[in-house]
Design a protein around this ligand. Structure first.
Ligand code: RRO
Length: 314
């Protein structure tokens, strides 16, 4: 079988990539992703200015008995927009497509970054993060539909109607799927949606120490890994059904070929990995590729299009 695919008309050797935030904050990590077997890659969400982020410990793996995942309250540590813009200028686009993720602290900051990118000559694909759960005092834009609508109006116009995508938080109510999709569908240049960011403001507690396990925000942080897979699949499929003109990128709970297959079946075109990549490193792409190929071979599928978006209902 073949894992070859296309995204916004660009050819990819396979549909796997990192989730923004994981293994993509500094040049050495980005270079490791470039050399890995991922089909594409994305940079850490950035702000106009560099940020240290929240105090440590701010990421912990949840390795209790069997179920596992991660909790993080990084707080948007990043090298600042110009650093990632410079990376977009030297990335090897022949090898794989590059996404640049921005997460401005204000609408004006987002517009300033979009304005620089509009005039940049690189083919980096813009992903606007509407769902950072971890900056104290800043609500997630994706949960404020009026603010999201305003931002999309200004960002799509500021970007000259060039194609872009948005990283969404998970939604948990059918009315919210409907409302978010209706807003997104008013912006044709929003060519893709990435579902989902971490499930915001979870609380992990250690029974022995009777304590929270990360320092920021009294222990509250974004949940990733196994715990979020069914929520991620619901969001991928909900937006796949409601936004027929857009592509969906799946993110959440992928650690092997199985979960990658499920995301593709639910309607994802590309599949991102966060927690599992954090734990295993960029070698994970070769493993998950092989596992996905073996599932396809077992099922008699030759191409991703044989099953992508073909989830059955009862
Ligand atoms: O840096 C973070 O704390 C962070 C971000 Br910007 C995000 O979008 N999602 C997340 O889980 N952590």
């Amino acid at each position: 079988p073949s894992l070859a695919t296309t995204f916004l008309d660009l050819p990819l050797t396979n549909p796997l990539m990192n989730a923004s935030g994981v293994w993509c904050s500094v040049a050495s990590q980005l270079e490791a992703l470039l050399e890995s077997e991922s089909g594409a890659m994305v940079t850490k969400s950035c702000t106009l200015e560099p940020r240290d982020g929240n105090p440590e410990p701010r990421y912990r793996v949840l390795d209790g008995n069997k179920p596992w995942g991660s909790i993080n309250s990084m707080g948007l540590p990043n090298e600042g927009f110009p650093y990632y813009l410079r990376y977009t200028e030297r990335h090897d686009y022949e090898t794989k497509p590059l996404f640049i993720s921005i997460s401005g602290l204000t609408l004006d900051d987002n517009l300033a970054m979009v304005d620089s990118l509009k005039d940049a000559v690189t083919p980096a694909i813009l992903e606007v993060n509407l769902s950072c759960p971890n900056v104290p005092g800043k609500a997630q834009l994706g949960y404020d539909f009026d603010a999201m609508d305003t931002l999309l109006a200004e960002v799509t116009s500021g970007y000259g109607q060039r194609q872009l995508g948005v990283k969404l938080p998970p939604y948990f109510d059918i009315a919210h799927f409907d409302e978010a999709a209706a807003i997104l569908n008013r912006y044709p240049s929003v060519a893709f949606v990435t579902c989902i960011n971490s499930i915001g403001n979870a609380l992990a507690i250690d029974i022995n120490s009777e304590s929270v396990i990360i320092k920021p925000k009294d222990g509250f942080g974004g949940l990733g890994g196994d715990y979020v897979l069914p929520t991620a699949l619901a969001n991928v499929n909900a937006f796949f059904r409601r936004c027929p003109e857009k592509a969906v990128i799946g993110c959440g709970g992928v650690k092997s070929g199985q979960e990658a297959f499920l995301h593709l079946l639910a309607g994802a075109t590309l599949v991102q990995m966060g927690t599992a990549l954090y734990e295993e490193g960029p070698g994970i792409f070769a493993r998950v590729k092989a596992e996905l190929l073996s599932i396809m071979a077992q099922k008699g599928y030759e191409n991703l299009s044989d099953f992508q978006g073909k989830l059955k209902t009862l």
